[in-house]
Write a protein of this length. Structure first.
Length: 211
């Protein structure tokens, strides 16, 4: 690595999704849908062995739903991780204090695979490749995140410091910011005006009532 290269030193936290929790969530939802379908069939009087099998299937689906839902709640929706980008290495401390250190000189590649849910990008499966191992993290953005590019993940600092990509100079569109600010001001004035008109109408109605 070029010693004159600027090193981005940062620290912070991020969330990794639990693959097991996602599987349990999918199983619980599927079991619930199947249970509802079987319930409808149970309302039809097939009689005999078929009727008994329908009710048995219903109880199995409900049991699977409950077990998968409990497992989903126990595993949680995400796991907190902390990262620190230092002068020579990138450290990640995951759940249960699991610690990984990646030296920039050892990094050969960082691979991002999108994680999507209903066509919306939720995050990336990030594979950090070194000469002797590959470590993966299921990085997820916060629900309200609007910036979803790879440079808005902590692993961007790892890539820049390892010389795998150039630092992105983020610029702010001042015109867009001012336009948004002015729009909010107009909305606020409208709300204030509306409240004032309502107050005036209320005052007039009281005055007329006194007359």
């Amino acid at each position: 690595m070029d010693n004159e290269k600027k090193i981005l030193q940062r620290r912070g936290s991020f969330t990794c999704s639990s693959k097991s929790a996602e599987i349990c969530g999918t199983v619980s939802l599927s079991a619930l849908i199947l249970a509802l379908a079987v319930l409808v069939l149970c309302l039809i009087d097939f009689g005999g062995i078929v009727g008994k099998l329908m009710w048995t299937a219903l109880f199995v689906c409900l049991g699977t739903f409950v077990v998968a839902l409990i497992a989903r709640l126990v595993l949680g929706s995400g796991q907190g991780c902390e990262y620190t980008a230092r002068e020579t290495e990138f450290e990640v401390i995951g759940p249960k204090a699991q610690r990984e250190i990646f030296y920039y000189s050892d990094i050969s590649e960082v691979i991002y695979t999108p994680i999507r849910k209903k066509e919306r990008l939720r995050g990336y499966t990030v594979a950090i490749v070194t000469g002797i191992r590959t470590v993966r993290y299921r990085f997820v953005f916060s629900p309200n995140a609007e910036l979803l590019d790879t440079e808005h993940t902590p692993f961007y600092y790892l890539e820049v410091n390892a010389g795998l990509r150039e630092e992105v100079q983020l610029t702010v569109n001042s015109e867009a910011v001012m336009s948004q600010f002015e729009s909010r001001q107009r909305d606020q004035k409208k709300k204030t005006s509306t409240r004032g008109e309502r107050a005036q109408e209320f005052f007039n109605s009281i005055t007329k009532g006194d007359e």
